[in-house]
Design a protein around this ligand. Sequence first.
Ligand code: NAD
Ligand code: ZN
Ligand code: ZN
Length: 380
Amino acid sequence: MDTAGKVIKCKAAVAWEPNKPMVIEEIEVAPPQANEVRVKIVATSVCHSDLYHLYEGMHKDGFPVVLGHEAAGIVESVGPGVTEFKPGDKVMPVFLAQCRECDFCKSPKTNQCIKTWTDVRRESLTGVDSRLSCKGKKILLFGGNGTFSEYTVVKQNRLAKIHPDAPLDKVCPLGCGIFTGYGSAVNIAKVEEGSSCAVFGLGAVGLAAVMGCKAAGAKRIIAVDTNPEKFDKAKIFGATDFVNPKDHSKPIEEVLVEMTNGGVDFSLECVGNPAVVESALHSTIQAWGVCVIVGVDQFKKFSARSVDFTTGRSMKGALLGGFKSKDGLTEMVQRYMDKKIMVEEFITHNMGLDQIMEAVDLMQKAKCVRVVLTPSPLKV
Ligand code: NAD
Ligand code: ZN
Ligand code: ZN
């Protein structure tokens, strides 16, 4: 059935309000407008940032919303002005836009796009406009993506075209978690050959950071997590040492400094907890250590003294691992197709979209790495 130009009725997980479970609803997805693409989502996975929006950020202007920003799908139809995509293309939505024309997009110093700065509101992390509605109400798109749905409509500057043979149910966690963690080690920390690294938090982001440290030639990679069940996975990605802060009575940074005779060269915080940021900073060697903040938190502060940096340390942060969003994602899928990076190893569970709250529960309990959800056709 040709659906182009028509409103599509389909299933989506709607978060009506903060701190309440998402509800599977029948929604209406209007046709794409100028520079927009309607995408049939084939697979989508849950990232901690989705949970952050629902349970931690809880911004009053960020609801009702369709969460989800790690996904892979197929172009169903395109709006006027779309030149880069055609129906049938395999694509992945991405949280950050890339227009390729503005000063930021042309600069190698950032992966932010200044031209589209206001398309997604920074405080509420939702797109300013949406083609999704339910029960007569407009439903916002998290990060301008909104992939916990059978169909979504995204701007072409937030969509990456991927290899036509890419298995969509496998590559979807690349869209944020793997991309972010790997890039944070390689592009932002710029981990060096023979170095020592510590990665705090072994979700998909942290495990991908471990994979990035290994790819960059790190000699020692210390994996830190409060859930020791994550250590077997970390080993697969290249971790050499495993530390559970709960096994130690002294601060974890002191344990790491002792283990490495002065501190690691690079540390990456992949939890989203300011107290862990402080530990990550103080785990680095004071003369040249580099600490990268990857985890997200908009509220709590962490503290540091000038002297923590005047001795030579530095601290950095980035979104999506510093990759130019669309180009980087296309390239990372290619790297997976060339068997240069692991992806399937991040997937611990497969479920239907209707089981989304089970996936959320698993993530809250740190019992999964990535849960891949497959939206099934609506039976009407
Ligand atoms: P996740 O929930 O799957 O993993 C978090 C891990 O941290 C879990 O294994 C948990 O056991 C561990 N943990 C919790 N408290 C800890 C502590 N005190 N010390 C050590 N480990 C601890 O999350 P994820 O999807 O991998 O995301 C991780 C973070 O990265 C989140 O804050 C997310 O919002 C953020 N993120 C940032 C970007 C970015 O662009 N910067 C992109 C994606 C995700
Ligand atoms: Zn731009
Ligand atoms: Zn994410």
